[in-house]
Design a protein around this ligand. Structure first.
Ligand code: PLP
Length: 409
């Protein structure tokens, strides 16, 4: 008799953004004439950089000629793109990562959600709270947690990110096997200093733990003192892998390009203590389950590393960062605490109280959609997330509406 994977029955509630969408759609049904400005979900609004569009077209034209036609590509991606990434994103910043340590994919969501296939059955997982929900849910589905109880899964070690620690948790007192870190953080917008990341790398090496570093928002870092890669920290090659995405960097959410970095010297034990290369295991996994990104998409991706591409990406990111600055200034001006939005497209706002109640209030009174902090974890209660991904007009209109609603009391 067919039976389902029982772990799926442990998953708590709706996927956060599905619940947000449900409430927004119910509001729109009740108020068909009201305008709704979505400042919640982190999806880009601006078109692709010109350089990528041009390369995309060239890639499609190549596919239309017998002499330049491309069939299946390498599972890990074409060398031309991996070399551009290694040189521009890592080596130019003193991070010793080679093109052969990069695995291209169609999303950091898929990679962060699939990597747990490589974990042993009894690993102890540490996740930040609040957190990008994929890390938690994918590990629950894989059976790495206990049951959902009082807003948390038993068996996970939660790393509280609170106003007290500036939303950057320190390593736990106990030993864990896998640590998810995300900086610049989604949802809090917090960034970690070199010293803070060093404490995590030291902890991971001392405990033989694996760090999964999600740097999907690294391109928003403007402060030169803030590391953009875990590999800027000494010792990280032995204990960390890193996820990156073109989604927010180059507006590729609808194109789908990301990559995972796995250093060749990262060795991990099986249950008998025998050591294996995580790089080889992931390559084996990808070769079994994945057939790579399309050639035109990889051409479009490589174009962001051309001189024109770099300039266009900078303009794009500066635009979103200016949106973030405007929202931040507006929220602070009405006396509501707010962090993030400086090296990040996300603002973490602390009105206090129940975050779904605040979400409903803002939707009903201002027609503005935010994301309730409690949806990202227990420590997100009392907070909401605003995203800077929007047109300038929408941001300006939303700011006026938010200010009006918040000053009403
Ligand atoms: N990691 C974090 C922290 C994210 O916020 C997101 C998207 O919102 C992703 C990964 C997913 O990125 P991708 O579009 O490459 O799947």
């Amino acid at each position: 008799m067919f039976q389902i994977n029982d772990n799926f029955t442990k998953i708590a509630g709706n996927y956060l953004f599905a619940e947000v969408a449900r409430r927004v759609s119910a509001f729109q049904d009740r108020n068909p004439q009201r305008r709704v400005i979505k400042m919640g979900i982190g999806d880009v609004t601006e078109p692709l950089p010109e350089a990528s569009i041009k390369a995309f077209h060239e890639g499609v034209d190549d596919m239309g000629r017998r002499e330049s036609f491309m069939g299946y590509g390498p599972y890990e991606g074409y060398a031309f793109l991996r070399e551009a990434i290694a040189k521009n994103d890592f080596q130019s910043r003193g991070a010793d990562i080679g093109a052969d340590e990069i695995f291209l994919s169609d999303g950091a969501k898929c990679d962060t959600g699939s990597i747990q296939e490589l974990f042993g059955a009894n690993v102890r997982i540490a996740v930040p709270d609040p957190v990008y929900p994929v890390y938690v849910d994918s590990n629950v589905m894989a059976g790495h947690s206990g049951l959902w109880k009082d807003g948390r899964y038993e068996g996970f070690v939660y790393l509280d990110s609170t106003p007290e620690n500036g939303y950057v948790p320190a390593p736990p007192a106990e030993a864990v096997d896998v640590i998810y870190l995300c900086f610049p953080n989604n949802p809090t917008g917090a960034v970690a200093t070199r010293e803070q990341l060093k404490t995590w790398v030291d902890y991971a090496r001392a405990n033989k733990a694996l760090i999964l570093f999600d740097a999907a928002y690294e391109a928003f870092v403007r402060d030169p003192a803030i590391p953009r890669s875990i590999y800027e920290i000494e010792g990280a090659r032995e204990c960390a892998l890193e996820f990156r995405s073109f989604s927010k960097t180059a507006g590729f959410t609808g194109v789908r390009v990301a990559f995972t970095v796995i250093p060749r010297d990262l060795k991990v034990p099986d249950s008998t203590g025998k050591m294996h290369s995580l790089h080889s295991l992931w390559m084996r996994r990808q070769a079994t389950r994945y057939n790579g990104l399309s050639y035109p998409v990889q051409k479009a991706s490589a174009a962001i590393y051309s001189p024109e591409g770099k300039a266009q990406v900078k303009t794009l990111l500066d635009f979103y960062l200016e949106n973030a600055r405007l929202v931040r200034e507006a929220i602070l001006s009405v006396g509501v605490p707010c962090v993030g939005g400086e090296n990040s497209p996300y603002l973490w706002v602390r009105p206090g109280g129940d975050s779904w109640a605040f979400f409903d209030r803002l939707l009903n009174e201002a027609g503005v959609v935010c994301t309730p902090g409690s949806g990202f974890g227990r420590c997100g209660e009392g907070h909401v997330r605003f995203s800077a991904f929007n047109s300038r007009q929408n941001v300006q209109d939303a700011i006026a509406l938010i200010k009006q609603a918040l000053t009403k009391g």
